[in-house]
Design a protein. Structure first.
Length: 555
C-alpha cells in the first residue's frame, strides 16, 4: 500500500507539473498572440523612426542642394543681366568713340581744306597787291598792258580757285556724308550684335527663371514632405516614448549597471592589493599592558578567567545576593521576582544605551533568612543557589558559553554577543581612531567588560575559547569568526592568503585575518553566517547601513 501510495503521489505530482506547464504555455501563446502585433510594432518603431530620420535628412540635403542650384541660377541670371548692361554700355561707349573719331576726322579735314584755301587766297591777294604796286601804278604802257594781262590771269585764277573751293566743299560734303554713312553702318552692326547678345541673354534668363521656378516647386514639395515626416516622427515619439527613451539611455544604463555590478570586485581587488598591504607597518592595537614573563604561572595559581563548554541551553546558578541581567526572552526558567533594568551599567548609561544594553530583565538570587536574635541550637539552614535556565529565543543554532571573571582587567566583546551578565561587571569604551588595524576590521570603538562576575556569550554553530600561554605565542583566526579577546593580547590584522576565493565569495573567505600575540584568551564561533541566513531580505536591506554603524561602534 505504501508503494502504491508513493507511486500514485509521484504520478499525480508529474501530472500536476505537466498540466501546469501546459497551462503556462497556453497562457504564453495567448499573450503572444494578443501582444504579437504590438510587440512587432514596438520592435519596428525604432527602425521606422530611423528610416524617417534618414528620409528627412535626405530631403533636407536635397532641398539644400536644390536651393544651392537655385541660388547658382539666380547668380547666373544676375551675372547675365549685368553682362548685358555692361555690353550695352560698352557698345554705347564704342559707338560714341567711333562717331567722335569720324566727326573729328571730318572736322580736321574740313579745317585743313579751309586753311589751305585761306592760305592760297592770302597768297593770291599778296601777289595781286605786289603786281598792282609794280605794274598798275606805272604810266608806262607796257606796264599797264602787263597789269591788265595779269589782272585777267588773276580773274582766271580766282575763277579756278572758286571752282576748286566748290570742289573742296563738295569733297568735304562727301567726306561728311561718308562719315555719317560709316557711323550709321557701325551703329547698325553694333545694334545687331547687341540685339543678338540681348536675345541670347533673354533666352538664358528665361531658362534660368524656369529652372528657378522648378527648383522652388521641388523645394516646396520637399519641405512639405519633411514636415510630414517630422509630424509622423513626433507622433511615433509620443506613442513609443518609453521604448525610445530606453533605446537612447541603454548604453549609459548598461555601463552604470556594469559598474555597480563590478564595484564589489573592484573594491575587493583594491583592498587586497593596495589597502591591506599597508597594514604590515601599522602599529598593533594594545588595549591593556601585556602580562609580564614572570607571571607565566600566575593564571594557574590564581585564575582570573574560566570558560565553560558551549551549550544550546545553559544553567546558571544564582547565589543569594547576586543579580543577573539578561536580554528579554533569554531566561527560559521561572522569572519570579524579575524586574526591568533600564541600563546595564548605571555608571555609564550612555555606553549602555549606545551599545543596546537597555531594558534588560533583572533577576536577583534568593536572600538568606533574617536573624531574629533568638537562640537556636539547631544547625542553620543553608539555602541552595537559584538555578536559572538560559537559551536563545530566536535561533536554534545559537550556543551559549559562560565566561567567569575574577578581578579581570577586561575582555573585548561586541555588545550584541553578550546576552546576560552576572555579578559586578563594568563596561567601558576605548577608541582607536588613528589605528589602521581598527579601520581594517571596521571597528574603532572597543567595548571592554572587566571586574568580577560572569558573562554569557552567544555564538552560532559553536563557541570556543583558546588560550595563549607564552609571550611569544601567536594565533590567527578568520575575522568574522572572532567574538572577542583579552585586552592584554596584541591585536593586529593581515590579508587573506588566497585572493580568488575572497574575490568570488567574501563570506566564505574573508579579506581580514585577526592576529593575536602574547598571553591571553580569544573567543570565536564556528558558523557566523548562520545568523545572516535567518535574516529576511527586508531585514538584510534595511540593516545594511545599520550593521556597518554597529560594527564600527563595536555593538
Amino acid at each position: 500500500m505504501r508503494l502504491f501510495a508513493a507511486l500514485t503521489a509521484a504520478l499525480l505530482k508529474a501530472l500536476l507539473i505537466v498540466g501546469g506547464l501546459m497551462l503556462l504555455l497556453f497562457a504564453g501563446a495567448l499573450v503572444m498572440g494578443q501582444a504579437g502585433p504590438h510587440l512587432r510594432q514596438v520592435v519596428e518603431t525604432p527602425q521606422r523612426l530611423h528610416e524617417l530620420q534618414n528620409a528627412r535628412e535626405r530631403d533636407i540635403v536635397e532641398a539644400a542642394r536644390q536651393l544651392g542650384l537655385a541660388t547658382t541660377h539666380q547668380a547666373r541670371i544676375v551675372a547675365l543681366d549685368r553682362q548685358r548692361e555692361l555690353a550695352r554700355a560698352a557698345w554705347e561707349e564704342e559707338t560714341r568713340k567711333e562717331l567722335n573719331r569720324i566727326a573729328m576726322a571730318a572736322h580736321n579735314q574740313a579745317q585743313e581744306t579751309r586753311r589751305t584755301v585761306a592760305e592760297s587766297r592770302r597768297a593770291v591777294e599778296q601777289s595781286t597787291r605786289r603786281m598792282e604796286a609794280r605794274y598798275c601804278a606805272s604810266l608806262n604802257p607796257v606796264d599797264w598792258w602787263t597789269c591788265r594781262t595779269l589782272r585777267a590771269q588773276i580773274e582766271r585764277l580766282e575763277a579756278s580757285a572758286a571752282l576748286q573751293r566748290q570742289a573742296v566743299a563738295r569733297s568735304a560734303r562727301q567726306i561728311e556724308t561718308r562719315a555719317r554713312q560709316d557711323a550709321a553702318r557701325f551703329r547698325t552692326r553694333a545694334e545687331e550684335r547687341l540685339n543678338a547678345s540681348t536675345a541670347e541673354l533673354e533666352a538664358h534668363l528665361q531658362e534660368s527663371n524656369a529652372a528657378l521656378a522648378e527648383l522652388e516647386a521641388s523645394r516646396t514639395a520637399l519641405l512639405a514632405q519633411a514636415r510630414s515626416y517630422q509630424a509622423e516622427e513626433e507622433r511615433l515619439r509620443r506613442e513609443r516614448w518609453l521604448v525610445l527613451e530606453f533605446q537612447k539611455r541603454w548604453p549609459g544604463l548598461l555601463g552604470l549597471a556594469l559598474l555597480i555590478a563590478l564595484s564589489p570586485y573592484i573594491r575587493r581587488t583594491l583592498w587586497y592589493f593596495v589597502g591591506l598591504p599597508l597594514l604590515t607597518r601599522a602599529r598593533q592595537v594594545q588595549l591593556a599592558p601585556p602580562l609580564p614573563a614572570s607571571d607565566e604561572d600566575g593564571p594557574e595559581a590564581s585564575p582570573q578567567l574560566r570558560c565553560t563548554s558551549a551549550e544550546r541551553t545553559l544553567t546558571l546558578p544564582l547565589s543569594p545576593g547576586e543579580r543577573l541581567l539578561a536580554r528579554p526572552g533569554y531566561i527560559l526558567s521561572d522569572r519570579q521576582g524579575a524586574s526591568t533594568a533600564l541600563f546595564f551599567d548605571r555608571r555609564a548609561p550612555n555606553i549602555s544605551f549606545i551599545s543596546g544594553l537597555t531594558l534588560l530583565t533583572r533577576l536577583d538570587g534568593t536572600q538568606a533568612p533574617e536573624n531574629t536574635g533568638k537562640s537556636d541550637t539547631r544547625t542553620p539552614e543553608i539555602e541552595t543557589p537559584r538555578e536559572v535556565l538560559l537559551g536563545s529565543p530566536h535561533d536554534a543554532d545559537a550556543y551559549l558559553m559562560r565566561v567567569d571573571l575574577h578581578d579581570h582587567p577586561g575582555l573585548v566583546f561586541r555588545a550584541s554577543r553578550v546576552v546576560a551578565v552576572r555579578g559586578d561587571i563594568r563596561i567601558e569604551a576605548r577608541w582607536r581612531l588613528f589605528n589602521l588595524h581598527a579601520w581594517a576590521t571596521s571597528q574603532v570603538r572597543f567595548l571592554i567588560f572587566s571586574g568580577t562576575g560572569s558573562l554569557i556569550l552567544e555564538g552560532y554553530g559553536d563557541v570556543s575559547a583558546h588560550t595563549l600561554t607564552s609571550p611569544s605565542s601567536r594565533a590567527e583566526k578568520r575575522q568574522p569568526n572572532v567574538l572577542g579577546f583579552d585586552t592584554r593580547l596584541s591585536y593586529s590584522t593581515r590579508r587573506a592568503a588566497t585572493f580568488l576565493p575572497y574575490l568570488l565569495d567574501p563570506e566564505r573567505e574573508p579579506l581580514v585575518v585577526d592576529l593575536f600575540e602574547g598571553r591571553g584568551t580569544y573567543f570565536f564561533e564556528k558558523n557566523p553566517a548562520a545568523r545572516q541566513r535567518h535574516r529576511s531580505p527586508a531585514e538584510a536591506v534595511a540593516g545594511f547601513f545599520l550593521d556597518a554603524i554597529r560594527r564600527l561602534l563595536g555593538i
